[in-house]
Design a protein around this ligand. Structure first.
Ligand code: NAD
Ligand code: WQD
Length: 350
């Protein structure tokens, strides 16, 4: 039987790009996703790009009998674990959903993995686990801080759970990948980020203003201690991120233990720089206004990504222009993402 990499949450934004990267590298993948924040269409598009059928199961990582069936049916030797909820604001209103999906879901997954002797795991962590670091850039050994939301705390709890597992059983080989700010889309414009409702993140908000779905961008705060007063972040192209997962899997398969890698570019851009660059690259002007700070935002955050370069042979190759170009191609060729609104679907049908 062919070795299989299980990708939980593989119908989502980062998962779909990673699935494509792994398939292109010759791996057999199985996607498990409950579609709570994605849809079948992304799997169809993935199959189109991969020129192959993709094994997809609609289901939840908390469904133990389902996981047992999948681990029995397929020769799974590694799991890339994206499944979870990710909205910082929503997590404040619905903390139990976040602990149930992110923490209990991961607990359940690990339990079944161990029972089936599968010990290779790549986990989607986040720079949010650093809290508000005192120094930039952020190194992996800076120590974790106090994340500002239940979402962030759920990521930190999972990191701690996985560290305990690795200490308890030497066969575990775990990568904690701390993503900075993923943006962009596959260069085909066929797969990308498809937020449901009003976007929380900067880039999808910018592209939806540019396409005319939203009237203007609100810039949260212009009194931060940064060069232009707006917050600075390390934006990273989603395909670079996907390639980081491939490299991490390769290292895990030969080097057990627990590893932590920052996946960022090492370069910070302010919100105003993002707006100006977006206008320069696309030729579309962005209406924006300043408002007060958003609760929980830190002034600045960018990675030192030299550990990933040294140990994984990985670095982010795509620059800000490519991130913006690819985000814009995705948004302009799919103004309503994967799912046109009902009234538009009806219009297409006639
Ligand atoms: P996404 O919402 O697009 O993808 C997550 C996928 O998981 C979705 O398709 C969703 O339907 C699925 N899912 C959620 N709960 C599930 C469950 N219980 N069982 C099965 N499937 C479930 O999000 P994304 O941006 O692709 O993020 C992927 C991972 O990376 C998440 O764990 C997220 O927390 C983490 N992360 C994301 C960012 C970011 O800014 N996008 C940054 C750091 C970390
Ligand atoms: C970037 C900057 C905003 C929207 C979040 C999570 C983090 C990780 C990545 C999952 C900030 C400003 C934004 C808007 C704005 N996710 N902004 N107007 O907050 O750095 O990180 O996503 O793990 O955990 O917290 O990303 O894209 O929301 O914001 O001015 O409408 O853009 O204030 O300075 P953030 P973001």
């Amino acid at each position: 039987m062919q070795k299989t990499t299980l990708i939980t949450g593989g119908a989502g934004y980062i998962g779909s790009h990673t699935a494509l990267t792994l398939i292109e590298a010759g791996q057999h993948v199985l996607i498990l996703d409950n579609l709570c924040n994605s849809c079948h269409e992304s799997i169809g598009r993935l199959e189109h790009l991969a020129h192959a059928r993709v094994d997809f199961v609609e289901g939840d990582i908390r469904d133990t009998p389902l996981l047992e069936r999948l681990f029995s049916q397929y020769d799974i030797d590694a799991v890339v674990h994206f499944a979870g909820l990710k909205s910082v604001a929503n997590s404040v209103c619905h903390p139990l959903d976040y602990y149930a999906n992110n923490v209990v879901g991961t607990f359940n997954l690990c339990e079944v993995m161990a029972r089936f002797n599968v010990f290779n795991l790549v986990f989607s962590s986040s720079a949010t686990v650093y809290g508000e670091p005192a120094h930039m850039p952020i190194f992996e050994d800076a120590g974790t801080g106090v994340p500002a939301s239940p979402y962030g705390r759920s990521k930190l709890m999972v990191e701690q759970l996985l560290a305990d597992l690795a200490r308890s059983e030497p066969r575990w080989s775990i990568a904690l990948l701390r993503y900075f700010n993923p943006v962009g889309a596959h260069e085909s414009g066929l797969i990308g980020e498809d937020p449901s409702g009003r976007p929380n993140n900067l880039l999808p908000f910018l592209t939806q203003v540019a396409i005319g779905r939203l009237p203007e961008l609100t810039v949260f705060g212009n009194d931060y201690p940064t060069a232009d007063g707006t917050c600075v972040r390390d934006y990273i192209h989603v395909v670079d991120l996907a390639e980081g997962h491939l490299k991490a899997l390769q290292v895990l398969r030969r080097d057990p233990g627990i590893h932590t890698w920052n996946l960022g570019t090492g370069i910070g851009y302010s919100v105003l720089q993002m707006i100006r660059s977006f206008e320069d690259v696309t030729g579309v002007s962005i209406a924006f206004r300043f408002a007060g700070r958003r609760a929980g935002d830190i002034a600045q955050c960018w990675a030192d990504a030299s550990k990933a370069r040294r140990e994984l042979g990985w670095y982010a190759r795509r620059n800000l222009e490519q991130m913006i170009q690819d985000s814009w191609r995705w948004q302009s060729s799919n103004p309503y993402g994967y799912r046109p609104p009902v009234e538009l679907s009806a219009a297409f049908a006639h």
